[in-house]
Design a protein. Structure first.
Length: 562
């Protein structure tokens, strides 16, 4: 079977130019509109001033961003800059490729940094190729072989050669300018008599900010694909980067487990998780999407066994939906593109993505689409019914009645979500983590009642002693258990401080609703400790239920009040 390369139908410069043109045009029009609110009699001067402001803001961000990042790296992560000799000692292939490509492209050797952290990650930033930085963590050398480390360095070098940091810095600056205009419009709205005009400008600016943010994310995903292809081309080994992506995910999972087993060092744990979260948009992979791939690799390092968890990424509509808000393509899509490149080079792809695609074509596509549509409708039912209630109440001509019907719509929508998300269920299905991650029909909305046996190895957020969410590990993998107290907030804090520390390290049986987005989790119903039968009850929809009753009372009062 011939594989197709997703997301690469256009050229890199076309994607970049499209995003930058759209963002720049929208921001410039908003600046002009904001200036024209004051009814200036010299629109030409206003246009020149708008251009000057746009260029100044973008230029300042472009020039200062690398130095600001240097300061942040030194302060938060204690980045240390290393020589080429030090890199050669750790990864001779990486240095050889960096030197060769820099010589061929006639660019300066990037400044090389290392963060003493066992979580494997890598990222690049700068303003010009001649002033670029490539920073990696110590964990990259621990979990990856030399050819895989070289593939990651080549990926980051691809960002430099393509001027990715310059384009992304410029695009991000434009998005931020839109937000500043929104803030300025709101401020002007409070101080000016032209409230209608200023209000319209601020709303438009906010819409530009939202649309621009998604365009920026799209551009980021496209550039990741092209950096992958650059790495595959210069190393001549696409399989090395494919393996690296999987091993990085595995390393992130392993470090999470290790840190969860060190409750005596919470500060160190918080520091470690801060690195992945703080560099999430820059890193070579999205750490929140690492659990499924990393878990599969931990059970069986055979590439063909790992691909069973890729079905959700490639064929579930929820994967496409949630990828819209991600800076990185899903791992399965990147490996599919790299496997295509391997075939074009005449190499055997180590991950048999053709087999995955064949399995995906045997899925019930109608079931996937119908379930996705139903889930999406239920997830937004509260707002849809609230809008319908508001429209129904407008006919009365009284604001209190209109708001009352809107509140009743909200209440009905929330009750619908409660009954859909946490219905009266049958007996839970006994499962293991890997089988759940291999379910291509999984949804972040529609749950699957399951029972899992395993060990509680720590909190879901390592080092956060105020979180009652826990991590469960069975023989096949790792998954988060989300806890909800009967009394929200207070009950969760009490459980987090008093009960969770006693439960960590125990063999337990957990029952709850399995859901999957970019990362999988279980909404816990109850958890029973095997050794003594102690039970911890959870109420995952109690917050929605209380909120729906509050809106029900408000709605009834608004409708009947005269």
């Amino acid at each position: 079977m011939t594989l197709t390369t997703p997301g690469l139908t256009g050229r890199l410069w076309f994607a970049s130019l499209t995003c930058l043109t759209l963002l720049g045009g929208m921001v410039l029009s908003l600046i002009l509109a904001l200036l024209l609110i004051v009814d200036t009699t010299r629109p030409v001067i206003g246009l020149l001033l708008a251009l000057a402001i746009t260029l100044a803001v973008n230029g300042l961000g472009f020039l200062l961003a690398p130095f600001l990042m240097d300061w942040i790296q030194a302060w938060l992560y204690k980045t240390r800059w290393v020589t080429t000799e030090e890199l050669k000692a750790s990864s001779p292939q990486s240095l050889a490729i960096l030197q060769r490509i820099c010589q061929e492209r006639r660019i300066s050797m990037p400044r090389l940094g290392i963060i003493d952290d066992d979580n494997p990650t890598a990222f690049t930033y700068g303003s010009l190729p001649s002033h670029a930085r490539i920073v990696v963590s110590r964990g990259l050398f621990h979990y990856l072989d030399d050819d895989e480390v070289a593939a990651v360095y080549s990926h980051e070098l691809g960002h430099i050669v393509h001027w990715d940091f310059a384009v992304m810095t410029l695009a991000a600056s434009l998005v931020q300018v839109a937000y500043l205009i929104y803030v300025a419009g709101e401020t002007f709205n409070r101080k000016s008599n032209n409230s209608g005009q200023a209000g319209g400008i601020s709303i438009a600016a906010f819409l530009v900010y939202e649309v621009g943010s998604y365009l920026l994310l799209y551009l980021s995903r496209v550039r990741e694909y092209f950096a992958d292809q650059f790495s595959a081309t210069v190393t001549g080994n696409p399989n090395a980067l494919s393996r690296a992506l999987v091993k990085i995910a595995y390393g992130i999972v392993q470090e999470q487990q290790r840190l969860n087993q060190q409750p005596q060092a919470p500060k160190r744990s918080r520091s470690r998780s801060r690195l992945l979260e703080g560099t999430r948009a820059l890193g070579v992979v999205d750490p929140r999407a690492a659990l499924s791939t990393g878990t599969a690799f931990g059970i069986n390092a055979n590439p063909q066994a790992i691909t069973q968890v890729f079905l959700w990424d490639l064929f579930n509509p929820w994967a496409w939906w949630q990828e819209l808000a991600s800076t990185h393509p899903l791992t399965a899509k990147r490996i599919r593109a790299l496997s295509t490149t391997a075939e074009r080079m005449g190499r055997t792809a180590e991950f048999d993505m053709a087999q995955v695609i064949q399995a995906g074509r045997r899925l019930d596509q109608r079931r996937l689409l119908v379930r996705f549509s139903q889930d999406l409708l239920v997830a937004n039912a509260a707002w849809v019914l609230a809008l319908l209630g508001l429209l129904l109440g407008l006919g009365s001509g009284r604001m209190t009645i209109s708001l009352g019907w809107m509140s009743l719509g909200l209440s009905l929508g929330l009750l619908l979500q409660v009954s859909y998300l946490d219905p009266l269920a049958k007996q839970p299905e006994a499962c293991d983590v890997l089988s759940l991650l291999s379910d291509p029909y999984a949804s972040p909305v529609r749950g699957r009642l399951v029972s899992l046996q395993g060990e509680l190895i720590g909190r879901a957020n390592a080092g956060n002693r105020w979180s009652a969410d826990m991590e469960l590990r069975d023989a096949s993998g790792l998954i988060s258990l989300r806890y909800a107290a009967l009394v929200p907030l207070v009950g969760a804090l009490v459980t987090a401080r008093r009960r969770v520390p006693k439960l960590i390290g125990s063999e337990v049986t957990s029952v709850g609703w399995f859901r999957r987005g970019v990362a999988p989790w279980i909404d816990l119903r109850h958890l029973r400790v095997d050794r003594d039968g102690e039970t911890l009850h959870s109420y995952p929809r109690i917050g929605l239920l209380v909120l729906s009753l509050v809106f029900l009372l408000i709605g009834c009062f608004g409708v009947v009040w005269r």
